[in-house]
Design a binder for this molecule. Structure first.
Ligand code: HBI
Ligand code: FE
Length: 293
């Protein structure tokens, strides 16, 4: 088999699961390409995150001990559990909504055990170890965000099946692709953004996408694309605002969303104001900043 992960039986192996869809993480199952890919991705994205990610994410990178070595779920879980009560569990990949929400409701975060191969470094549609760990785990060390994730799980576990797509839209627009206002500028916190080198920069600096102030109902009404960079990002004023939105009655909010026209991924409503992107960093192409004396 040409694909090492498939050959080692890691990728998408749903045969060794427990009833809750979790699998043990086996560090011996990773090969040298896995170790190289992890180091490469961590170094690249950490550098970008230092410039563009919110402070809570950067604090979380340290708390989750994210560095050159492949992460050990059990070790990081001990740290996280002391900080916010969260533990990490391995999963073989995407799991059903009910299993996903059930784990979150119990403060268990499912982390995909397998890592992308070098030839697909920059783009994957499904979650892998890098997306799940680098993207999601740091913010589990933030007390308010940690509560938001459990709230998502509880809402999902209690939701009528017809309301789940609306909860998924809220999750997508915040946990996966959210921006936050911090220190007079925009910072990234969504896992889908911080695990992507291109989107980390584009989401806060490009004039191509629009940025709108976070509004839960607006998120619920808006379709999203899973296979391209986002056309619209929502900007939170802080994670407390997200927790507030997750404390609302989901059924009522979904009913309200259903009663209004659905919005396309790039739509802008009359009266909506776009938030300006950050000023891009000066590059050599923009000319010399200083003159030799
Ligand atoms: N499974 N492993 C995994 N990771 C996810 O992010 C995930 C999932 N199953 C379902 C799911 N997400 C959706 O319910 C989200 O849109 C909430
Ligand atoms: Fe994710």
């Amino acid at each position: 088999m040409p694909d090492g992960s498939i050959a080692t039986g890691l990728r998408g192996d749903y045969t060794a699961m427990a009833a809750d869809w979790t699998v043990p993480q086996s560090l011996q199952a990773y090969d040298s390409e896995d170790r190289d890919v992890w180091r490469l991705l961590v170094r690249r994205q950490t550098k970008l995150a230092r410039r563009h990610a919110c402070a809570a994410f950067l604090d979380g990178l340290a708390a989750a001990e994210i560095g050159d070595d492949l992460p050990e779920f059990d070790r990081v879980s001990e740290r996280l559990e002391r900080l916010t009560g969260w533990r990490l569990v391995g999963v073989p990949g995407l799991i059903p909504d009910a299993a996903f929400h059930g784990l979150l409701a119990r403060r268990r975060f499912p982390v995909t055990v397998w890592l992308r191969r070098r030839r697909e470094l920059d783009y994957l549609v499904e979650p892998d170890l890098f997306h799940d760990f680098f993207g999601h785990v740091p913010l589990l060390a933030d007390p308010v965000f940690a509560d938001c994730m459990q709230a998502f799980g509880r809402l999902g576990a209690a939701a009528a099946p017809a309301d789940l797509p609306y909860l998924a839209r809220l999750y997508w627009r915040t946990v996966e692709f959210g921006l936050v206002r911090e220190g007079g500028g925009l910072k990234v916190f969504g896992a889908g953004i911080v695990s992507s080198s291109a989107e980390t920069v584009v989401s806060v600096e490009s004039t191509a996408p629009q940025r709108l102030a976070f509004d839960a109902l607006r998120c619920l009404r808006t379709r999203y694309d899973i296979d391209r960079m986002q056309d619209t990002y929502f900007v939170l004023d802080g994670f407390a605002k997200l927790f507030e939105a997750l404390s609302a009655d989901l059924a009522a909010l979904a009913a309200e969303a259903r009663a209004r026209p659905e919005l396309g991924p790039a739509e802008r409503l009359p009266g909506e104001t776009a938030i300006a992107p950050n000023r891009p960093a000066c590059t050599a192409a923009s000319g010399p900043l200083t003159r030799a004396a």
